[in-house]
Design a protein around this ligand. Structure first.
Ligand code: SAM
Length: 195
């Protein structure tokens, strides 16, 4: 049933496939279990192919910080926004702010902010080089946070376009409603790319 839903979503919300030219391992990563593993190999390729600047990056959905650390290799500043209590789709449900903060202490260019994306986007008018959305994988939240992120960045990526049809639909709709281009990398649960 879940596979049928994914198949239908791929037909209803077609996204051009992203083809990396070169896979590269970031110099620094952290060893934790995450569904994001594997995507670190294409981040530099995305930055090169779309000629994205390397100053600032914002991430919504940090959890234990795997993706934040990947971005810290490429940007001068990385902001990570998370409620740090998990959500209906994560295994972790307790408060993990201190745990994540302590394990990222060595990465001085990562700033963690304990906030709901809804509160954060009310007050931030910054234009970012790069944004990442990996929060609760529902349509409403992904669309709302992702629309803001796409409008406030040159390139915005979204995790779980393959594993959550709601995320794929949100990415498809955000690209349509912002008039931006969209691609999908169909591995490691899927990565939507809006530029
Ligand atoms: C799938 S995890 C992120 C995984 C992470 N990107 C990684 O590299 O492993 C999703 C995170 O989104 C956070 N989250 C869920 N809803 C949120 C919201 N409304 N605002 C901010 N963060 C939220 C959860 O607390 C959780 O830590």
């Amino acid at each position: 049933m879940a596979n049928l839903k994914k198949f239908i979503a791929s037909k209803l919300y077609p996204l051009a496939t992203y083809h990396p030219l070169k896979l590269s391992e970031p110099a620094k990563t952290i060893d934790i279990k995450t569904a994001w593993k594997g995507l670190e190999l294409i981040i530099e390729d995305i930055l090169i192919q779309f000629e994205i600047g390397r100053d600032n990056c914002i991430e919504f959905g940090v959890e234990f910080g795997f993706s934040s650390v990947v971005f810290s290799n490429y940007f001068k500043q990385v902001k990570g926004i998370d409620i740090f209590i998990g959500d209906e789709h994560t295994e972790e449900k307790g408060d993990h702010y201190e745990k994540t903060k302590n394990s990222l202490i060595a990465f001085e260019n990562i700033e963690l902010i304990k906030s709901d994306y809804r509160d954060w986007i009310k007050n931030d008018q910054t234009m970012y080089d790069f944004a990442h959305v990996d929060i609760v994988h529902n349509y409403k939240e992904t669309y709302e946070c992702g629309y803001w992120a796409a409008m406030h960045s040159k390139c915005c990526i979204f995790h779980d376009t393959e594993s959550f049809p709601a995320v794929r639909k949100a990415v498809y709709d955000i690209a349509k409603n912002t008039g931006k281009k969209v691609y999908n990398y169909p591995f490691h649960n899927g990565l939507g790319i809006i530029v």
